[in-house]
Design a protein around this ligand. Structure first.
Ligand SMILES: NC(=O)c1ccc[n+]([C@@H]2O[C@H](COP(=O)([O-])OP(=O)(O)OC[C@H]3O[C@@H](n4cnc5c(N)ncnc54)[C@H](OP(=O)(O)O)[C@@H]3O)[C@@H](O)[C@H]2O)c1
Length: 329
């Protein structure tokens, strides 16, 4: 496993990390979660991603119990939570100082840790002044409850505003952003954030590198019964896959699979390694609903040398979605 700096911070995160959205507390209980986490950790994964919104806190509960039972030394791993989608009451959601603080305390309990390494604002909150959120994050940091704070799916402008407020009042600015990034979704990482990588030393912990499994080819012939898009509550994903745009994506997936085959690797390895080719990516957060998937995905790292420029160019020829002003190279 190789490690990358999280932006300009001193924190070194593993190139592949692991997140438990959809899976823990839904598809995966504590015993298999322990096996998955142990396999990741033993392979050198040091960052484990979570959020208050994942299974109403259940995902953090499962991860917290599993890590406690595995007995990992607290200084050997990085764990995150994200605040935005708590409960239904007005004080239980968004980025007010109250909810940012309450959600942190609740995540600490569920994850069974004394501090969160990374704490993300899961989405922007237009109903809360950015200064209030920045100050709440800064206070949690000075209290030792959070080490680094960041954003998820914020615009470059909103991140810039957070930095301006932090600079004006001597508060701690955000260090990292968690955007979606994969062969189908590229604009934020490759174009929009371009001006702020250097100015703020922004790191990125990117999500859905396999587009929720689409980039394994498992949806090429429809939605399998045991796949994410068949889960109750994930009809939006099924619709995305079966709709017009989804069908166009599946055609591209088939083209990409051909390229991967010619390069001597499975499609999902190529898709994961493609994300790692971008130096602005600090870590690629893997997801897995079973241990075999994690083992398989980690094996992509053995093929890191198998992404030559001609393959990268051929991939562009299939996906045809390179942003106009790309930051990749
Ligand atoms: N900040 C945000 O807004 C945000 C949003 C989403 C995710 N995230 C983070 O990013 C993490 C990763 O996202 P993701 O889970 O969407 O990642 P992903 O890699 O795009 O999808 C993972 C899913 O694809 C399927 N899969 C993975 N490897 C496979 C393989 N080798 N063969 C067949 N199927 C395979 C599994 O689903 P099935 O087996 O169920 O089909 C697995 O749960 C999340 O856990 C979370 O921590 C953050």
């Amino acid at each position: 496993m190789d490690y990358r700096r999280l932006g300009r911070s001193g924190l070194r995160v593993s190139e592949f990390s692991f997140g438990s959205w959809v899976t823990f507390a839904r598809q995966v209980d504590v015993a298999p979660a322990k096996e998955i986490l142990a396999a990741a950790y033993d392979a050198g994964v040091n960052f484990f991603d979570n959020a208050e919104g994942y299974e109403q806190g259940g995902s953090e509960r499962v991860m917290g119990q599993a890590i406690a039972e595995l007995g990992w030394s607290r200084d050997s791993f990085v764990v995150s939570s994200k605040v935005f989608w708590g409960g239904d009451k007005p004080t239980q959601r968004g980025l007010s100082a109250k909810h940012v603080t309450d959600a942190c305390h609740a995540a600490l309990k569920r994850l069974r840790v004394d501090y969160l390494d990374l704490y993300f604002c899961h989405r922007p909150d237009v109903d809360t002044p950015v200064e209030e959120t920045v100050r709440a994050m800064h206070n949690l940091i000075t209290q030792g409850k959070v080490l680094y704070w960041g954003t998820s799916e914020w615009s470059a402008q909103a991140i810039t505003e957070a930095h301006a407020v932090a600079a004006r009042w001597g508060l701690t600015p955000p260090v990292m952003e968690q955007p979606q990034y994969n062969l189908f979704v590229r604009d934020k990482v490759e174009a929009e954030y371009r001006p702020i990588y250097e100015s703020f030393g922004l790191g990125t912990t990117i999500w859905s590198p396999l587009a929720s499994g689409l980039l394994t080819g498992k949806y090429n012939d429809g939605v399998p019964q045991d796949a994410r898009a068949a889960l109750k509550g994930y009809e939006w994903l099924r619709e995305m896959i079966e709709g017009q745009e989804g069908r166009a994506r599946v055609e591209k997936v088939k083209g990409l699979a051909k390229l991967a085959g010619q390069a001597g690797m499975p499609l999902h390895h190529m898709a994961l390694l493609w994300c790692l080719q971008n130096p602005r990516v600090s870590t690629v957060i893997l997801g897995a609903s079973r241990l075999s998937q994690l083992h398989d995905n980690l094996k992509a790292l053995d093929r890191k040398a198998a992404m030559p420029p001609d393959l990268m160019a051929a991939i562009e020829g299939v996906v045809q979605n390179r942003p106009a002003d790309p930051q990749r190279f």
